[in-house]
Design a protein around this ligand. Structure first.
Ligand code: FE
Ligand code: CA
Length: 537
């Protein structure tokens, strides 16, 4: 099966495939499931929308995400000229989407026409219902989009298993993919491993300037620091032009959350990182920049949410995977209080008093409560948080090494940990990125540091350079909360989840400054359901 690099089909080929008139064959009048292998068309939805485009508009590939037990979001964006604004005409256009049991589209399961709007950079998000498929059908389906004479690459996706089932889940976590620092070798390996789901934990783009090959960057960004809506769009398009990233989006559904670099390094709520500098943006300027960045993130991600209507966008949401996993995907940026103590890093003196103010929050009051409520609802075996910054307590006595992480919001963390324990939430696994290293931590509270309430698997960066001093592994591993750490390598984490065990295999790239450098396991760690011990196997 090929999910990328597929040559665009000509209109003639497309006609020959008999797909000009598409069928929506999912629903039956009596509501029973249809045989998913049937090729019997039951309805037509119309021809491929006609529009004249000078070149292939499907340069950014396809993606899917946020599966439920009965539906999944499929995504594309029309951009014949992706690096300079997109190159589409200044009008909304219609796009045909089709979902099939097979990658030759010999049997169309469901299809329709959707509108790609100028206002959202001609991006397309379709919520595809597969509710009427037979429960025995292969969960994987294939999708594509067509407009005029052009047809997109083929994507492969699936719904989540139904509640009540607990088949094995393979799940890849990834974060921090600075284009300038290294190649996306991790995604080449991820595609070979073929997980059911990718969870991306933030820093999808980096907002900074072009970089510098003389300083060790391996490729350059396409502009100065991005601040305008067009800049952000061109930056996402640059990242998606990487064939490994694009192919990874075409292989399975993703759940994507953002961290800081999708807007501005270390911003907090509506406070920019430059808030205290002489050239600080005004409140209006930063609010507008954040709104643009949020919109462009939405335009490029296969997410189940309405487009932003104002400066805010709620991305925290629940993802269920049968009765195996109940996941809360959270937003640690938009609602946080500003970092305490001047956002100092690697400072070993006791933290200033602000860090321990009870009311300070990483998630905001509403989301904190939502998180506890979400993880204490339902009957899934594993309760999971898809999270941005390190949650394990790595304070050195009174010192906070990084005020941007949960250590800088310790009262907020303690409220959540205690709230979850009070509601009997067990088998807690926190999936984290941000810090560009691999780490395995035990979650505790300040008042009961010996009670382990869950396990944190911190994935290393896809490509962003390490940002803690070399040789500091020993310092981390010496902490009682840290099981193990590896700071030298880039990569991702491949999790295999069964009702009995959660296994996290850390897969690392030998030398990420070299294209096609090999990827191999560093170590594997196992947590058994009912226990909070984590061990290397
Ligand atoms: Fe990062
Ligand atoms: Ca970050």
């Amino acid at each position: 099966m090929s999910v990328n690099g597929l040559a665009p089909l000509s209109r003639r080929t497309f006609l020959a495939l008999g797909a000009t008139f598409v069928v929506a064959a999912c629903s039956t009048s009596d509501g029973s499931s249809r045989d998913s292998s049937s090729t019997e068309p039951s309805a037509t939805t119309g021809p491929v929308p006609a529009v004249d485009l000078p070149t292939d508009p499907f340069t950014l590939g396809v993606a899917s995400g946020d599966p439920t037990a009965t539906s999944v979001i499929i995504w594309t964006r029309l951009a014949p000229d992706p690096l300079t604004g997109g190159g589409m005409p200044d009008s909304d256009v219609d796009v045909l989407w089709e979902v099939s049991n097979d990658d030759e589209f010999s049997s169309i399961l469901v299809s329709g026409i959707t509108r790609a709007e100028v206002a959202y950079a001609h991006s397309v998000h379709v919520d595809v219902s597969l509710a009427d498929r037979s429960p025995d059908a292969d969960p994987w389906v294939y999708f594509r989009f067509s407009i005029g004479e052009w047809t997109s690459p083929i994507g492969r996706t699936r719904c989540a298993p139904a509640s009540g089932t607990s088949e094995t889940l393979t799940l890849a976590t990834a974060s921090c993919q600075n284009w300038t620092h290294g190649y996306y070798n991790a995604y080449a390996d991820m595609r070979e491993q073929s997980p059911d789901l990718v969870v991306f934990l933030g820093d999808y783009i980096y907002e900074g300037g072009p970089g510098n090959l003389a300083n060790g960057d391996i490729r350059l960004h396409n502009s100065d620091e991005v601040t305008s809506i067009v800049d952000y769009r061109n930056r996402y398009a640059l990242y998606r032009s990487d064939p490994y990233l694009s192919a990874a989006h075409a292989m399975c559904p993703w759940v994507v959350i953002w961290d800081d670099h999708e807007v501005d390094n270390n911003y907090a709520g509506l406070v920019s990182q430059d808030a205290e500098s002489p050239n600080a943006p005004t409140d209006e300027e930063f609010t507008s920049r954040r709104a643009d960045a949020y919109q462009v993130w939405w335009e490029h991600m296969p997410v189940r949410m309405a487009p932003p209507r104002n400066a805010d966008l709620q991305i925290y949401r629940q993802i269920s995977w049968g009765s195996l996993v109940n996941m809360a995907a959270i937003d640690g940026r938009q609602y946080r209080d500003d970092q305490a103590c001047g956002d100092a890093v690697l400072q070993t003196e006791p933290a200033c008093d602000d860090a321990s103010i009870e009311s300070r929050s990483m998630l905001g009051t509403v989301q904190e409560q939502w998180l506890v409520d979400t993880l204490s609802s339902g009957d899934a075996i594993w309760n999971v948080i898809a999270n941005q910054t390190v949650m394990t307590d790595i304070r050195l006595g009174e010192a906070v090494l990084n005020f941007d992480q949960w250590d800088g919001y310790a009262p907020s963390r303690d409220r959540i940990m205690s709230g979850l324990s009070d509601k009997g939430v067990d088998n807690l696994v926190v999936l984290t990125g941000d810090i560009h290293l691999a780490g395995i931590g035990k979650l505790t509270t300040a008042t009961e540091p010996d009670t382990v309430r869950g396990v944190e698997f911190v994935t290393t960066s896809i490509s962003s350079n390490g940002n803690v001093p070399e040789g500091s592994e020993a310092l981390f591993i010496a902490l009682p909360t840290i099981v193990d750490a590896e700071i030298q390598h880039r990569g991702y984490t491949l999790h295999t989840v069964t009702p009995q065990e959660w296994t996290a295999e850390y897969r690392i790239v030998e030398d990420n400054t070299i294209e096609n450098s090999p990827v191999s396991p560093w170590k594997r760690f196992v947590v058994r359901a009912g226990s909070s011990d984590v061990e290397s196997v």
